[in-house]
Design a protein around this ligand. Structure first.
Ligand SMILES: NC(=O)c1ccc[n+]([C@@H]2O[C@H](COP(=O)([O-])OP(=O)(O)OC[C@H]3O[C@@H](n4cnc5c(N)ncnc54)[C@H](OP(=O)(O)O)[C@@H]3O)[C@@H](O)[C@H]2O)c1
Length: 317
């Protein structure tokens, strides 16, 4: 269509990118069209995006030339990385630079970069409140993203720095749903003490990103944070109790216990929760509910999200 702006979407078959492709394609008069990047154009997820009218193209963030081809001729791009596929901040930084360089080469007019805080700006490596991981990080999957914000700025790419929040979908896909304890009760186990955990439905991240592209130049060069609701663990447990029809108690797991749980990335996540806990005011303050609703008027609350997903949330057997 003449005049439509193409948004190249990295991670289009995943949570963040998928939400953005669906948001763009469900608004045919919005002036945008999605170009979905995937390593496998024949996958069921890729075909589902094509069925929505998205252009589906092959690209791999580890292949710089494929990224440049996929960004070529686009107006903008949504850039996201996949830390939990490789657990390597060095690899993540390399992939971010490749995306920024491809955006520069294609002369993109607006990039939305899905980033997170560099926690070392709040806590020096020698600070022993939490362990240093991989020799130079506190929260590796945050720090690598935050450190790389500078790459977009250094290359002069017109970028909005989008700080996302904890996906409530982690309760379904990341093993963070309520678990049945030895006492037979369901417990929601997260290390947040009595502090609030900014959270969001993963699908709403892409919808907010669409709002950012629609706002155009207004948000270029800005850092913004999005959230669906700022709730404490106890408040989340209450919402879970009413949706699941069974009492769910909140269990504030100590940070050290969480770090030692032994699953891959437990230490990284334990530090992440402690960062959100210890620097609550800054972390919550940077994620603006009013702004998020302005970008995405359909923003879900936790109660809405739980009600829609209660059959998918594991509840401890
Ligand atoms: N979970 C949370 O609470 C949370 C909160 C904030 C931020 N994050 C961040 O979100 C990021 C992950 O985003 P997501 O949840 O949207 O991912 P996701 O749902 O896991 O999707 C990953 C998608 O990325 C694509 N992909 C993987 N490796 C690729 C590569 N080398 N080249 C091109 N595409 C590749 C895959 O598509 P194909 O197989 O089709 O290529 C896959 O569908 C992580 O970096 C994480 O730190 C997570």
């Amino acid at each position: 269509m003449t005049g439509t702006k193409v948004i190249a979407v990295v991670g289009a078959t995943g949570s963040q990118g998928g939400g953005l492709v669906r948001a763009i394609q469900s608004d045919p008069d919005g002036g945008f069209r999605a170009r979905a990047l995937t390593r496998d154009v024949d996958s069921d997820k890729a075909k589902a995006l094509a069925a929505l009218g998205a252009e589906v193209v092959a690209a791999d963030v580890d292949d710089a030339e494929s990224l440049k081809r996929a960004f070529d001729g686009a107006y903008g791009a949504y850039c996201v990385t996949f830390y939990w596929e490789h657990f390597s901040p060095e690899k993540e930084k390399h992939q971010i630079r490749a995306m920024a360089e491809a955006a520069k080469a294609a002369g993109l007019q607006h990039v939305v970069w899905s980033t997170l805080e560099d926690t070392r700006d709040w806590m020096a490596l020698e600070d022993d409140r939490m362990p240093t991981l991989m020799e130079k990080y506190k929260v590796p999957h945050f720090d690598a993203k935050g450190e790389s914000n500078a790459v977009f700025a250094e290359l002069g790419v017109p970028t909005t720095y989008l700080h996302t929040s904890f996906y409530w979908d982690n309760l379904i896909f990341f093993g963070m749903g309520p678990q049945r304890g030895e006492d037979g009760k369901l417990a929601f186990n997260i290390p947040m003490g009595d502090r609030r955990l900014p959270g969001i439905a993963a699908e709403d991240i892409g919808r907010c990103a669409y709002g950012i592209f629609k706002a155009g130049g207004d948000l270029i060069g800005k850092s913004i944070g999005i959230v669906g609701e700022h709730l404490s663990g106890a408040e989340m447990a209450t919402a879970l109790s009413s949706a699941l029809g069974e009492e769910v108690v909140y269990n504030a797991v100590p940070f050290d216990i969480y770090r030692g749980l032994g699953f891959p990335g437990a230490d990284d996540l334990g530090n992440m929760f402690q960062f959100k806990h210890d620097f609550q005011e800054d972390y919550v303050g940077r994620r603006d509910l009013g702004l998020s609703r302005g970008l995405n008027p359909d923003l879900q609350t936790f109660a809405t999200w739980v009600a829609a997903n209660k059959d998918r949330i594991p509840s401890g057997g």
